[in-house]
Design a protein around this ligand. Structure first.
Ligand SMILES: [Zn+2]
Length: 198
């Protein structure tokens, strides 16, 4: 590409991992300065919004544009109205769950997961599915089809998310990188365990 522009310029950049399913673990903190994960991509790109570096930059941008490879993956945000609502079994993925006091039991495979586990998974799913849709209490309850009480949902949203004020309302952002992250790092609110199917 440098040859196409015939100009002298330095190339610096970051490695971007756009796949929402991608997980990366590293003990090297330096690494995080050089990579952008999907969740941070939007903010990363926003910082260039008002940058302008003259005609040379425009030429370079034009060359880059000509080298763009079409994205073979679906990168659109899901449509909230058409996604299936409700919680599903972490073992087999089916939506038929029996509601107990602190657990939801899968009617297909018998796996028994706490409501807390289900809510963490739902928050993580919501974040992955709806890139431009803010997570509000009302939206989230609709997303999980009201299968967990309002009070428990609020408690868990406040535990696993940061709350942001937005005019007269508020919305939440997941504190963790992924479901696994939240699942492994958090102290459980209640002392109930998950029982995978045998
Ligand atoms: Zn199941």
């Amino acid at each position: 590409m440098r040859y196409d522009v015939r100009g002298a310029f330095d190339i610096s950049g970051k490695i971007i991992f756009p796949n929402i399913e991608f997980r990366l673990q590293s003990a090297d903190d330096e690494l995080w300065n050089n990579i952008i994960m999907r969740a941070g991509l939007r903010n990363y790109l926003m910082q260039f919004k008002n940058m302008y570096a003259g005609r040379d930059a425009e030429n370079i941008a034009d060359v880059i544009r000509r080298h763009i490879i079409p994205n073979p993956f679906l990168d659109k945000s899901a449509d909230f109205d058409t996604v299936r609502k409700g919680l599903y079994c972490g073992g087999c993925g089916r939506f038929d769950l029996e509601n107990r006091k602190y657990h939801l039991v899968c009617e297909s495979c018998g796996s028994k997961e706490t409501k807390e586990t289900h809510i963490i998974r739902a928050i993580s799913d919501y974040k992955a599915l709806f890139l431009n849709e803010k997570l509000t209490k009302r939206r989230f309850q609709e997303f999980i089809d009201y299968q967990v009480s309002r009070k428990t949902v609020f408690l868990l949203l406040n535990k696993y998310c940061n709350r942001h004020m937005n005019g007269s309302g508020s919305y939440y952002t997941f504190k963790y990188r992924s479901f696994e992250d939240a699942y492994n790092q958090s102290e459980r609110l209640w002392r109930y365990k998950d029982y995978p199917a045998e």
